[in-house]
Design a protein. Structure first.
Length: 324
């Protein structure tokens, strides 16, 4: 086990899959010679050549369309959309083609495609480079949606996504790329759709994913000083999400807070709250609270962006609100 950065965990997973499986190819803007805008693909084109690590033009619809074609042709493409905001240009290929072809072919064909993309604020990147749009894709039957928070998960879940026969949207929070942490020499294999209990607790369940996990852990430490022990669940996968794990935790703590960086209105937390209100109503001792981004574009101003982003203080407020 050694210390690395989050971006290196992504790079190592791609490297290992390129070495293991000749059908794996990477494609995207600036992923080759430049090594990616966040250095996640650094050195891979030099190692595997331009036919397997393919620099594409600035055309997201073409990147996604070529990736769908490669998947239908028996390859396992990993396409990168540089910023999640730009994925709007590739929606037809992802939503109308990749997500539906297995169904439309009567189960006779697979679309083993991974779309890697980066979301999240905190880097002064403005409203067109900072959005968290994962709820769009969790709403689409036929797509899987993954959002890892730790180095081991970034590595293991990316391997699982590439090996999956279905199209997977693999979302990395760009604020995590420089994060240092330990990366196991042999990380445990991951299964899509399985949550982790990151912190055990008895008083409230906090459900989260991605970069918000680390803010939730900080909030839990502050709450512990006040005698409130929070149990934190990292969903890891948003579609499918681990409904059973959330319900089991709620059955222990009887209070629920759902925290994500995405806009709160119609965000992933709305679906989780609705399901728990339906199947876990008898377990609730207080209202379900959602903590998310404000219903507005992400500000460019650093000071305004910090006010916009939900963090430790907002999570603590949410927990206290469950007590009425």
């Amino acid at each position: 086990m050694s210390e690395h950065r989050y971006a290196h965990a992504i790079n190592r997973a791609l490297d290992d899959m390129l070495a293991r499986d000749d059908s794996v190819v990477l494609l995207g803007e600036d992923i080759g010679k430049a090594g990616g805008v966040f250095a996640a693909t650094r050195g891979l084109q030099q190692k595997y050549g331009p036919e397997r690590v393919i620099d594409m033009p600035i055309a997201e619809n073409a990147i996604a369309g070529v990736a769908v074609g490669l998947a239908l042709g028996g390859m396992r493409p990993v396409a990168e959309i540089m910023f999640m905001d730009f994925i709007a240009l590739a929606m037809d290929a992802i939503v109308n083609q990749a997500a539906k072809l297995h169904f439309m072919f009567g189960g006779q064909g697979a679309v083993p495609l991974v779309i890697r993309t980066q979301h999240g604020g905190g880097l002064d990147a403005g409203p067109q480079h900072s959005q968290c749009l994962e709820a769009w894709f969790a709403h689409i039957p036929g797509l899987k949606v993954v959002c890892p928070a730790t180095l081991d998960d970034a590595y293991s879940l990316l391997l699982a996504a590439i090996e999956d026969p279905n199209p997977v949207l693999f979302i990395e929070n760009k604020a995590l790329y420089p994060m240092k942490g330990t990366l196991s020499d042999h990380p445990e294999p991951a299964r899509l759709g399985q949550a982790h209990i990151v912190r055990a607790g008895r008083d409230v369940t906090i459900v989260t994913y991605g970069a918000m996990l680390h803010r939730a852990l900080a909030a839990a430490e502050t709450l512990a000083g006040d005698g409130i022990e929070a149990e934190i669940i990292d969903l890891r996968t948003l579609q499918p999400w681990d409904e059973a794990a959330v319900l089991a935790s709620l059955s222990r703590t009887h209070r629920l807070v759902i925290a994500h960086e995405a806009v709160e209105a119609f965000g992933p937390g709305a679906e989780i709250a609705a399901r728990m209100a339906h199947i876990g109503f008898e377990e609730l001792d207080g209202p379900i609270i959602r903590v998310g981004g404000a219903f507005m574009p992400v500000p460019f101003s650093r000071k305004l962006e910090m006010e916009y982003l939900p963090g430790e203080a907002r999570i603590i407020e949410g927990v206290r609100a469950t007590y009425g």
